[in-house]
Write a protein of this length. Structure first.
Ligand code: SAM
Length: 271
């Protein structure tokens, strides 16, 4: 069985492709990619001509079998995504698992990824971090996901779409408190921008824009126990009771967990 190459491609600036990535893309028999037109343009830029196979989140399972057959037929296959590293908030995991299961060989050809590009220059702690990818687009699920990491000491890293940026920052302010943060926009591209400030200042900064455009990575300081909060613990608990129908006990537990407080004394305060 031949090798599957998991190849990172640029997240904007085409000069970020690696020499090894180019060599691998030139050597393989087939390139599996999310969007054949998008990858076609990248390959054209580097004067590479290869057969392309569409491999995206909606056909991943079906196309995995096809790729396995090709590898078993002795064909070398490269997997790329539209941008950055495959498998990082992008398709990839299914084919990687399948090749491992089939006893095949995989090589990872490293390169750009927005998460690493963003955290490395964010100014926030890089010793350890938790990459959460995209939060849910549903407000209540998004808040729950944030509540689950509210006491995580590691730096938090999220991907976000421009049309959800403000809603997500608002939820972060409410659930995580007013932490230090960084919004990294359009990395490696013409309109690259770094906004490093508290969450509330980032909200003010982006609210002032007539339109929010581009791709974003949000990096948020981990839990230190010293966050500023938009409201008192009792007010936050009352909000949960009124808006989400939680009981006093549940609300006290949740707010106490987020803020590192005693749930018992908050419950006492509520009753
Ligand atoms: N596989 C990619 C990687 O390794 O970073 C991520 C793909 S994910 C579908 C796309 C998201 O990554 C965007 O919505 C944005 O949050 C982030 N992203 C990708 N390129 C970016 C860039 N140039 N600047 C800022 N964020 C970017």
């Amino acid at each position: 069985m031949e090798t599957l190459y998991v190849v990172a491609t640029p997240i904007g600036n085409l000069e970020d492709i690696t020499l090894r990535a180019l060599n691998v893309l030139k050597e393989v028999d087939l390139i599996a990619c999310e969007d054949t037109r998008h990858t076609g343009k990248l390959l054209k830029h580097f004067e590479i001509q290869k057969p392309l196979l569409s491999y995206h989140q909606h056909n991943e399972k079906f196309q995995t079998n096809k790729i396995l057959e090709k590898l078993k037929d002795g064909k070398k296959v490269a997997l790329v995504s539209d941008a950055g590293t495959p498998g990082i908030s992008d398709p990839g995991q299914v084919i990687v698992e399948a090749v491992i299961e089939a006893g095949g060989n995989i090589e990872s050809v490293p390169g750009a990824s927005a998460v690493i590009t963003a955290i490395s220059a964010s100014g926030l702690c890089t010793d350890s971090f938790l990459f959460k990818g995209f939060l849910s687009s549903k407000p209540s699920a998004r808040k729950k996901e944030l509540q689950a990491v509210a006491q995580t000491k590691e730096t938090l890293v999220f991907y976000e779409a421009p049309h959800r940026l403000l809603k997500t920052l608002d939820d972060m302010f409410e659930v995580l408190g007013n932490r230090s943060a960084c919004a990294a926009r359009e990395l490696t591209k013409l309109h690259e921008e770094w906004a490093r400030d508290s969450i509330s200042e980032l909200i003010t900064h982006f609210k002032a824009r007539p339109a929010i455009k581009g791709e974003f990575v949000l990096i948020i300081q981990g839990f230190t126990g010293e966050q500023e909060w938009p409201d008192s613990p009792a007010e936050a608990a009352l909000k949960l009771i009124n808006e989400q129908g939680l009981s006093k006990k549940e609300a006290a537990k949740q707010v106490a967990h987020e803020r590192g407080l005693s749930s018992r004394s908050l419950y006492q305060e509520l009753i």
